[in-house]
Structure formats: C-alpha cells, structure tokens
Design a protein around this ligand. Structure first.
Ligand SMILES: *Cc1c(COP(=O)(O)O)cnc(C)c1O
Length: 527
C-alpha cells in the first residue's frame, strides 16, 4: 500500500494517508504514485454516473488505502449540500447571442438551461462551492481525507512520518482564493488548526474580507509584507525547519499543507474532468471515446495537472491548454523548455495566477520523464539556486505533445471579458478570461470534438475588474460594484459574497516574511 514516494527520490515510500498527512516529502519533493495510469477508468458508462459516483471511483483508485466506506463518507460530507449546483461542477454551453436579442435575458444568461445540443465551447463552472472559487472542490474534501488519515494511519516508525497522536496545523500561503477555501474547509475541524498567510495589498478587497472575517476556534489569518512567491517559499522553509518541528512536536503538533502540493488536494480535482466528459456525453455533444480539449487558467499548475492525471487514467484528452496571465513564466517554459523565474512580477486582476514558481510542474516533469527522480532533483536544485532550469529537448517535445499554452495581458483579459459578454451574454471573472483568450489564440487540436473552458471563480469575486471590462461606471466601493454589476447584467451575486460587507473583521495581524515561522509557532501554542 506504500504507493507514494517523492518526485526527487524513491528512498522512502508512503501510503496515501501518510502522504496526505505530511503534505510535502522530507526531501522537498512532491508525492507521486507510479501506479497512476496502470488502471484505466471506463468512459463508456460515464454518462450514467453522478458526480458522487465518479468521485468515489477516482478517489478509490488513487487513494487505495482508504476503505470504500471512508471514501463514500468523505464524498458525501464534501459535496452533499455544500455546492449550490446538483452537478457540483455544471457545464454550460457558450451560445452565440443572436443579433438584436437582449443579453442577460434567456439565451446566454449565467444559468444552466435545458438543451439538446452543445456549442463547441462550453464552460465548466467550478465555483459553486462555499467560497465561490474552484479551490472549494478540493478543499471541501481535504479535511475529510485528513481526518481519516489521522485516525487510521499507523505511525511509520523511523521513517520521519509524524506520529498519529498529534494534532495537525495546516499552514498555507495563498495568492487569494486558497486561503478562504482552506479556512472554510478546516474551520473547527477536529484535531486540526489552520494558519493562512496572504500577501498584503495583493488580493482583492472581497478576497481579503473573506479571510479576515473567518470565524472558528482553530483559525489564524495573517497578512505578509511580500508577494505570494515570497510567502510560499517561506512556508516551504517552515516545513523544512527541523528545530521548529521538534518544538511543535513537543507541544503535540505536526505541520501539514493545504496547498495544491498535497495529494489530497490534487486527487479531488481529477474528478471534474471526468464529470465534464459525462455531461458532454449526456448532452449528446460527443460519443464515448471522442477526444476533448480542456483550457485551464493556471497558476501553481495544480488544476491543469489534475487534467493530465485524468488523461493518464484514460480520459480522451486531445490537448490541455495552459492559460496564464501577464506572469507568463509557464508560457515561456512550454514554448522554449527554459523555466526562468528571474523576471518582473506583475500584480494583475487575476491574483490567483500571479505566480512565478509553479510548484506542481515538478509532478508533470516526473511523469513525462518516465519517473526520472535524478533529473527532477537536479532541475529543482537548479531552480532553488539560480531561479532557472532547462529541460532536455526530447522531454520538451513530449511535454508539448500534451500541453499547449497561451497568455493574456491585462488589456487582453479585459477585452476577453467584454467580448464574451457581447458575443455570448456570459459573464466571466478575470482568471477564466485568461482561458477564454487562450482558446482564441490556440487553434483546436486535430481530432478534438469539444473544447471545455474551466471557470475558476465567480465574476463577483472580482466585481471591479469585471464591471470595468464590460464598460460599466464603477463606484469606489467593491460591494457597490457588485450591485451595479448585478443591475447591469441581470445576474445575481452569490449570497456568501454579498453578506461579507456586514461581517465583523476578526483578524488583522501583519508580519514580515521573517516573522511567519514565529506566527505559526505562537498560533499553535495558544490553541
Ligand atoms: C488557484 C486559482 C487558479 C490557479 O489554479 P492552480 O491550480 O494554481 O493552477 C486559477 N483561478 C482561480 C480563481 C484560482 O483561485
């Protein structure tokens, strides 16, 4: 059952429960499983399966040391009544608005509607969870998986894995959305504490309020003077800090991660690729076996990596299109084979994609190099020492067979929001708009029968950028922005966002990068 090992070495192995508990491997690598892809999922009968059915199958395949009962309970707890759509992640066709038809009334409205044929491009809405961002799909699941990992796993004696009597402190750096989704998942979860760091002044007002108003006895939220990459690097150092680990262990705590480096975050995301395919089958848009393209707004490479996992599990994926914003380090890498983080950092209207170190790329490099741990370790060492690495030409060629790429400047993001609203009467957020622009840049892959754009956030999480893009006069205040946006487009803001305005702010700490470790320690000791 010890299926998982680090991307950088096979020296130590872990069960999936241990991998989920630990988050990051002791050598700094990410946990991967060589069995991935040896067993395929049958796509022929996907059409008859619900989201819950698919989730149980995918989770059982990738997390085999969980019992069927544990998996079923996790799926129920994560997705029963927490998402506002019965499909969990509904798929909507992008219809063309006929000339003369008013947008926001009937065709093209931001609501699922009955249809018997699909336009070639559809949007997979991943944002119907409690915090209106796609990260809910995984972060409603992770705490359930973590709880079972804590109670069920035997201590891996002498292997460095934490003993199971300890409580787990989740430590997360967020570029905006992870923080709130993790807080919502872990608040008051038994045996867990959660500490979230976000870059001060670099998330939207709505995102910041979502975090600073979070209630819960085990919840800690802190702004950091620095950008997301600085904060994420500091969190990695906190995990690697042996002395801190020892002090925390003496107080009954072990640290773990809710970032998308955690296997328990990644695996639930594989599910919606299959669920999208199931919905296309049910709509008669494709036949079983037809290839489909997915376009994915990307930051840490977690979401699109889950699409690659789905492909390895047998989903007919023609191409995965990696969409970036002005921080286009992935575009350059996928085009040239050179990954170079030594470049200006841009703060954009899509903050959750403002990332220069895409952690999950490491897993893709592992799989596409046929599990070459030595190569991955060398590349990652180069990245940490020089901020740069280059992959061999043959590896780049294999990567390019699977992944296409494009990026959108700030002007192009605004133009995409505007164009999509004008042509389809569909309102999208700036992250999703990077994907919309990418779909226009990348020609359909030969043999592809449908294109699916993953929509990662509600437009109401970024009401100012969205309202400006479609040409509405915007008021000073973000919440007034929501109101004018709703009025002008005939769409409705999610209730949990509209009500933030009245919620009391409970957290107002700010630290320097150097102060983050101390903040975590104090947070644990006071719980
Ligand atoms: C996190 C996030 C992304 C990027 O996802 P990755 O898994 O980091 O690639 C895109 N859009 C939104 C709204 C997000 O919150």
């Amino acid at each position: 059952m010890n299926l998982y090992h680090s991307t950088r070495s096979r020296a130590i192995s872990r069960t999936s429960k241990e991998a989920i508990r630990e988050g990051l491997a002791p050598d700094g690598g990410l946990y991967v499983c060589d069995a991935l892809g040896s067993e395929k999922l049958e796509v022929a009968d996907l059409a008859e399966q619900s989201y819950h059915d698919i989730a149980r199958t995918v989770l059982q395949l990738l997390l085999p040391d969980y019992t069927a009962n544990e998996i079923a309970a996790c799926v129920r707890e994560a997705y029963d009544g927490t998402f506002t759509s019965s499909e969990v992640t509904p798929l909507l066709p992008l219809w063309t608005v006929p000339n003369g038809m008013t947008k926001g009334t009937g065709v093209g409205r931001n609501e699922a509607h009955e249809c018997d044929s699909f336009a070639p491009v559809s949007v997979l809405e991943l944002f119907h969870g409690p915090t209106s961002a796609f990260k809910d799909v995984a972060l409603q699941m992770l705490p359930r998986l973590m709880a079972r990992a804590n109670s069920g796993a035997a201590p891996a004696s002498g292997s460095g894995a934490a003993s199971t009597a300890e409580r787990v402190m989740i430590v997360t750096a967020t570029s905006g959305d992870t923080g709130k989704a993790a807080l919502a998942g872990f608040a008051d979860a038994s045996g867990c504490g959660i500490t979230v760091f976000y870059p001060e002044g670099k998330v939207s007002r709505v995102q910041e309020l979502q975090m600073t108003t979070q209630a819960g006895s085990n919840v800690n939220v802190c702004a950091v003077r620095g950008n997301f990459d600085d904060a994420q690097s500091a969190v990695k150092r906190i995990f690697a800090d042996r002395a801190l680990a020892e002090r925390l262990s003496n107080a009954g705590w072990t640290l773990s991660s809710a970032n998308s480096i955690n296997v328990g975050r990644l695996v639930p995301q594989v599910v919606y690729y299959f669920a999208a395919y199931a919905q296309l089958l049910r709509a008669g848009a494709i036949e079983a076996g037809d290839e489909v393209e997915f376009c994915v707004p990307t930051g840490n490479f977690g979401d699109v990596l889950a699409g690659y996992y789905a492909k390895l599990l047998g989903l007919p994926v023609a191409k995965l299109i990696v969409a970036s914003d002005a921080n286009n380090v992935l575009f350059d890498f996928l085009t040239t084979g050179v990954y170079d983080r030594n470049r200006p950092f841009f703060t954009t209207t899509s903050p959750s994609m403002d990332i220069l170190i895409s952690s999950n790329l490491e897993r893709m490099l592992y799989y596409l190099s046929d599990g070459n741990c030595e190569l991955v370790a060398l590349l990652m060492q180069s990245l940490s020492e020089t901020g740069r690495y280059e992959v061999p030409k043959d590896l780049l060629a294999r990567i390019q067979e699977v992944f296409a790429c494009a990026w959108a400047s700030e002007d192009e993001v605004a133009a995409a929001i505007h164009a999509c609203w004008e042509s389809h009467g569909y309102l999208m957020d700036p992250h999703t708009a990077c994907g919309y622009h990418a779909l226009e840049q990348v020609a359909p892959a030969p043999g592809s029968h449908a294109r699916v754009l993953l929509s990662t956030a509600s437009p109401y999480k970024f009401p100012r950028a969205v309202a400006e893009a479609i040409g509405i006069d915007v008021p000073e205040d973000d919440f007034a922005c929501m109101d004018v946006l709703a009025e002008a487009t005939g769409t409705t803001p999610p209730a949990q966002l509209a009500s933030l305005q009245e919620a009391p702010v409970l957290h107002n700490d700010v630290v320097d990068i150097d102060g983050m470790a101390g903040f975590v320690e104090q947070a644990a000791l006071k719980l």
